[in-house]
Design a binder for this molecule. Structure first.
Ligand code: IMP
Ligand code: MG
Length: 174
């Protein structure tokens, strides 16, 4: 497929919004410790930008789940490819995602992690495509709601490419 990429959210726009989210989280978790569960690979840039602006004590762990393979359409199946290293029981957990599309990934993850008895469990996503929702799930914090388009950059990929773009762009088929 021949395609090009058009900028949707500039680097400055994204970084400014991540700063606002960090401020809100610092307020909401004041006096508490926060355990970030960073969902690889898409949320790595978002998570590092966010985490550097958190002033509450933070610990981090990583998990990798897959739902898409290399295509642009959700397969509706999710597998855990990398498990967490640490227990989450008794912790204030914040799942850090890049994007919520059908919602299946977060729906599944939330159920899986709630069963491990965290003190609290919330979800943050950089991007949300609410029009694409198939299961009922609402992120607690969201950077931007975007239309039903396939986006790349700021960690997000198309067939593992373009994660390193500093902005969020839309894939346009030529
Ligand atoms: P969901 O389970 O359908 O909500 O899919 C969420 C996952 O699909 C995200 O964590 C992304 O990895 C991937 N995904 C969904 N939409 C996009 C997109 O527009 N660009 C890149 N990856 C996407
Ligand atoms: Mg993802």
């Amino acid at each position: 497929m021949d395609y090009h990429i058009e900028e949707l959210l500039s680097e400055e726009t994204v970084n400014a919004r991540v700063g606002e989210l960090a401020k809100q989280i610092n307020k909401d978790y004041a006096g508490k410790e926060l355990h970030l569960i960073i969902i690889l690979k898409g949320s790595m840039f978002f998570a590092s930008e966010l985490a550097r602006q958190l002033t509450v004590p933070v610990t981090m762990d990583f998990m990798s789940v897959s739902s898409y393979g290399d295509g642009m359409v959700s397969a509706g199946e999710i597998t855990v490819k990398k498990e967490l290293d640490e227990e989450i029981s008794g912790k204030n957990v914040l799942i850090v995602e890049d994007i919520v599309d059908s919602g299946r990934t977060l729906y599944y993850l939330k159920r899986l992690l709630l069963a491990r008895n965290p003190e609290s469990l919330k979800l943050i996503t950089l991007l949300d495509k609410p029009d694409c929702r198939v299961v009922e799930i609402e992120p607690d914090y969201c950077g931007f709601e975007i239309p039903d388009r396939f986006v790349v950059g700021y960690g997000l990929d198309y067939a593992q490419k373009h994660r390193n773009l500093p902005y969020v762009g839309v894939i346009i088929q030529d």
